[in-house]
Design a protein around this ligand. Structure first.
Ligand SMILES: [Zn+2]
Length: 69
């Protein structure tokens, strides 16, 4: 048996350079959401989004995604 399970070096240091967007579930009866980015460095001016027929909206400031469900 010559074949050895050679563990090829896998570059495990692939950092996700982008933030993983938070997905926030909101009440399905809501017509819109308010987002201020939360606390800390992610904070941003308060913005309001309306779903406008969609099931989700994405905050253009902090990339949070609000999903009605
Ligand atoms: Zn936001």
């Amino acid at each position: 048996m010559t074949s050895s399970a050679s563990s090829a070096p896998v570059s495990a240091d692939q950092h996700l350079s982008e933030r993983t967007p938070d997905v926030i579930a909101v009440d399905p009866h809501c017509s819109g959401v308010k987002c201020d980015g939360g606390d800390g460095a992610l904070g941003h001016p308060v913005v309001y989004y309306v779903f406008d027929g969609c099931d989700h909206v994405e905050c253009k400031y902090c990339d949070r995604i609000f999903v009605r469900r």
